[in-house]
Design a protein around this ligand. Structure first.
Ligand SMILES: NC(=O)c1ccc[n+]([C@@H]2O[C@H](COP(=O)([O-])OP(=O)(O)OC[C@H]3O[C@@H](n4cnc5c(N)ncnc54)[C@H](O)[C@@H]3O)[C@@H](O)[C@H]2O)c1
Length: 319
C-alpha cells in the first residue's frame, strides 16, 4: 500500500521540491482543505506522515491520528506542535533548523538599518513630494552603537558579524550558552537587564515557549535605553503589542521593526498600523528562492527517512 502523506497548509508557490524528495516512497499525497483541525483530520486521520507549516497541531488533534509516524515542520520554530503529545503518540517530529539562517540574519540587519537610517519614512516623505531633511532628524551614527541580541542561536550567530562589519558592539543574553561560542564570535555575554539598559538596538531571537511569551512587556520596555530601537524576526507573541505601542507613544523606545506579529496575518485594524516609527514585513524573513528549495527538500527527505525506518537528520528533541 502506498504511504499517505498529508500537507496541512503551505505558503509556497509550489511543493515540487518536497514532492521530489518524497518520490522514493511513491506516496499518495493530499492537501487539507484548510488549516482547521476539522479539515486536517478529514484527510490526515489515517495518514502515515504529515507536513505542516503554520497549522496548529494540538494534542487533541494528534491523539486522533491512527498511524502517523512522522510530522515534518516546514520551518524552524515548532511552537505550533504539541511536542509532549507527539512523543506520547510515538510520532517523530522533524524540523529544518538551518535552511534560512542567511536570510533571517540579513532581514534582521535590513530592518535594523531601515530603522537606523529611517529609510521607509524617508521614502514616504519623498514619494509624497517632501524633499526635506528636518523631518528625519535625528539620525545617529551606527559605528560604536550597541546591539543586544536576545538569544544566541543559529540566526543571531550569523547576524553578529554583519553588525560588527558596521562597527557595532554586539552583546547577548542567552542563559544556555558556552563561553567558547561567545569568545569565537567576539560577542559579550550580559544579563537580560543589562542588555536592555545598554543596547541602542535590541534584536529578538528566542524561541516562543511558555517562559518567553510576552518577554517584551511594559516592565521590559521601561528598562530599555531611552530611544532604543527594537527588531523582532523571531515570533510575534514574544512582544506584548499594546505595551509596545504605549512605549513608542511615550517615547520610551524610538522605533520597532517587526517581521512577526502576535496575530498573523496582521488584522486590518491592528494598532501597529499607521506609525512612522513601526516598520512591518509579512513574516518573510525566512524567504529566498534558494531557502524554499532547501527547506522543502530537507523537511520532506527527513519524513521519507522516518517512513523508511532510517534516523532523521533533524529530529526535534525536547529540552
Ligand atoms: N521570521 C522568520 O521568518 C523566522 C525564520 C526562522 C526562524 N524564526 C524564529 O527565529 C528564532 C530564532 O531562531 P534560531 O534559529 O536562532 O534558534 P535556535 O534554536 O538556534 O536558538 C535559540 C536560542 O535561544 C536561546 N534561548 C532560549 N530561551 C531563552 C531565553 N529565555 N533568553 C535568552 N535566550 C534563550 C537558546 O539557548 C538558543 O541558543 C526562533 O524563534 C524561530 O522561530 C523566524
Amino acid at each position: 500500500m502506498k504511504p499517505l502523506i498529508i500537507v496541512t497548509d503551505s505558503v509556497f508557490p509550489s511543493l515540487d521540491p518536497a514532492i521530489a524528495a518524497l518520490a522514493r516512497l511513491d506516496p499518495e499525497m493530499r492537501m487539507a482543505k484548510s488549516a482547521s483541525a476539522e479539515d486536517i483530520l478529514a484527510v490526515a486521520r489515517d495518514a502515515d506522515a504529515i507536513l505542516v507549516t503554520y497549522a496548529k497541531m494540538t494534542g487533541d488533534l494528534l491523539r486522533q491520528l491512527t498511524r502517523c509516524k512522522a510530522i515534518g515542520r516546514f520551518g524552524i520554530g515548532v511552537d505550533n506542535i504539541d511536542l509532549p503529545a507527539a512523543a506520547e503518540m510515538g510520532i517523530t517530529v522533524t524540523y529544518v533548523p538551518d535552511y534560512c539562517v542567511c536570510e533571517v540574519s540579513d532581514h534582521a540587519m535590513a530592518l535594523l538599518l531601515s530603522l537606523a537610517r529611517k529609510i521607509p519614512f524617508s521614502n514616504k516623505l519623498v514619494q509624497s513630494g517632501r524633499w526635506e531633511m528636518p523631518a528625519v532628524v535625528p539620525i545617529h551614527r551606527l559605528d560604536g552603537r550597541v546591539l543586544g541580541l536576545v538569544g544566541f542561536g543559529n540566526i543571531p550567530r550569523r547576524l553578529a558579524p554583519k553588525a560588527q562589519a558596521f562597527g557595532m558592539r554586539v552583546v547577548t543574553h542567552d542563559p544556555y550558552l558556552s563561553a567558547d561560542v561567545l569568545k569565537a564570535a567576539g560577542v559579550e555575554a550580559v544579563d537580560f537587564d543589562r542588555l536592555l539598559a545598554i543596547s541602542d538596538f535590541v534584536s529578538i531571537h528566542v524561541p516562543l515557549t511558555p517562559a518567553t511569551r510576552g518577554l517584551f512587556n511594559a516592565q521590559t520596555f521601561a528598562k530599555m535605553k531611552a530611544g532604543a530601537l527594537l527588531v523582532n524576526t523571531a515570533r510575534g507573541p514574544l512582544i506584548d503589542e499594546p505595551a509596545l505601542v504605549a512605549a513608542l507613544k511615550a517615547g520610551q523606545i524610538g522605533g520597532a521593526a517587526l517581521d512577526v506579529v502576535a496575530t498573523e496575518p496582521l488584522p486590518k485594524n491592528s494598532p501597529l498600523i499607521g506609525h512612522d516609527d513601526i516598520i512591518l514585513s509579512p513574516h518573510t524573513a525566512f524567504y529566498s528562492e534558494e531557502a524554499l528549495v532547501e527547506l522543502q527538500t530537507k523537511c520532506a527527505s527527513d519524513v521519507a527517512r522516518v517512513l523508511s525506518g532510517e534516523p532523521p537528520v533533524y529530529p526535534v528533541t525536547m529540552k
